[in-house]
Design a protein around this ligand. Structure first.
Ligand SMILES: Nc1nc2c(ncn2[C@@H]2O[C@H](COP(=O)(O)OP(=O)(O)OP(=O)(O)O)[C@@H](O)[C@H]2O)c(=O)[nH]1
Ligand SMILES: [Mg+2]
Length: 382
């Protein structure tokens, strides 16, 4: 409840000073008026000044001075003040509600997990392994699922438990779905994804592999004329690798551009990173992919993105029906289990991993053995 109080003084300065001393700097003066002094002898004297001040809460360490003018009728002021600060309070209340809601959701998830744990009744030893998997970034729900499956395999087939976990993880991660070229067939591959995840750098790495290692005829197209320096960035890579770079300003232009690159083995198309919830971005991207007839789309995502954010990002790209996930920045990621979570959630194939800024290197097919080695460095048991 707000505090509303009237103060009286010889002049405005004195009254304002009283308010400041008693209620602090945050107090708001909502009304001032002149008051005639009582008694005939006071009639010609200067009137007194009365100010009404309000504060939402008394600052810490202050108390209301009993000597200041008591407010005879502050209820209407309180109503007035409460209505003006209502929106502020409502906002606070809404935030509190959101927090309560989040807390309920968390408890709900915890209860669900406890229920699941009870259902699969893991021994303390197996629970320790679940902990190890979760420390690696695998969400608890997936960790329990994996351990439960491994337990069954171990019991039925007598396979060593660690090997069973290894097999299950490898199975969930799947085989890498890398770019493969057919003889006399041109392949067009488009790279999409949020801003700054490493699309252009990765594309340059893939060009380097195909043109230098496999001697394929590779061409580059970019539609990223949005970001300053984006074309120049790619042009530098193209010049170093001695391959042509074409720029398209509108999605439809890609048809004509591709006609010029008829005899190429591989054409990689770079796109501008933008906020994936931008609707015009969707339209342009869809058009670019369909007009180009791209056989493959690689959705590039940084492995350092936390699980829930990455899920939202992937969801925002769900207007693209068929894509592979390409994870970058594994060198900066200390929770590689996240890759498994996203693979399990989307069931989309994984194409490549990148693990550094070096264009001539730092790229590999999305091998599950890389992740498994990080989880279980030695050949030993859990
Ligand atoms: N540590 C690390 N850095 C990387 C990796 N891949 C790319 N980067 C860095 O990430 C930054 C952004 O890379 P870009 O290739 O420009 O990213 P982009 O997705 O094309 O960015 P936009 O076109 O602006 O959306 C650069 O500093 C890269 O060197 C990687 O695997 N590891
Ligand atoms: Mg780029």
């Amino acid at each position: 409840m707000a505090i509303v109080k009237r103060f009286l003084g010889e002049n405005q300065k004195e009254v304002f000073n009283k308010i400041k001393v008693e209620l602090g700097d945050e107090a708001i003066i909502i009304n001032t008026r002149k008051i005639r002094r009582k008694g005939i002898t006071n009639f010609f004297k200067k009137p007194l000044i009365e100010a009404t001040a309000v504060i939402d809460e008394l600052p810490a360490g202050r108390s209301l001075n009993a000597n200041t003018l008591p407010d005879e009728d502050n209820s209407k002021f309180i109503d007035l003040v409460n209505s003006t600060i209502k929106s502020d309070k409502m906002e606070k209340l809404e935030n509190q509600l959101i927090q309560v809601n989040d807390a309920i959701n968390m408890v709900y998830q915890e209860v669900n997990l406890i229920k699941k744990k009870e259902m699969v009744t893991l021994s303390p030893m197996l629970n320790k392994i679940v902990d190890k998997l979760t420390r690696f970034g695998i969400i608890e729900e997936n960790a329990i699922k994996i351990i439960d499956e491994a337990k069954k395999i171990h019991e039925i087939t007598d396979t060593n438990f660690t090997e069973a976990v290894r097999g299950i993880l490898a199975n969930y991660l799947g085989e890498p779905s890398i770019i493969e070229l057919e003889k006399n067939e041109r392949k067009i591959v488009t790279f999409i994804g949020p801003t700054g995840v490493g699309k252009t750098t990765t594309l340059a790495k893939i060009v380097a592999v195909f043109s230098l290692k496999y001697d394929a005829k590779v061409g580059l197209i970019t539609e990223d004329t949005y970001r300053i320096g984006a074309v120049e960035q790619l042009k530098i890579y193209a010049d170093i690798l001695g391959i042509p770079l074409e720029v398209v300003y509108e999605p439809e232009e890609i048809v004509e551009t591709l006609e010029k690159m008829d005899d190429f083995d591989l054409i990689l198309v770079d796109t501008a990173g933008k906020n994936p919830s931008d609707k015009s971005y969707h339209k342009n991207l869809e058009k670019l992919i369909s007009e180009s007839g791209a056989q493959e789309v690689h959705l590039v995502i940084s492995s350092t993105t936390d699980y829930s954010t990455a899920l939202k990002i992937l969801d925002s790209y769900s207007f693209i029906k068929d894509y592979k996930i390409l994870f970058t920045k594994l060198d900066e990621c200390d929770k590689l289990g996240n890759i498994l979570n996203l693979k399990m959630a989307t069931k989309m194939p994984l194409s490549y991993f990148t693990y550094g800024q070096n264009v001539a290197d730092d790229l590999m097919p999305a091998n599950h053995s890389y992740i498994l080695k990080k989880l279980l460095p030695s050949e030993g048991e859990f």
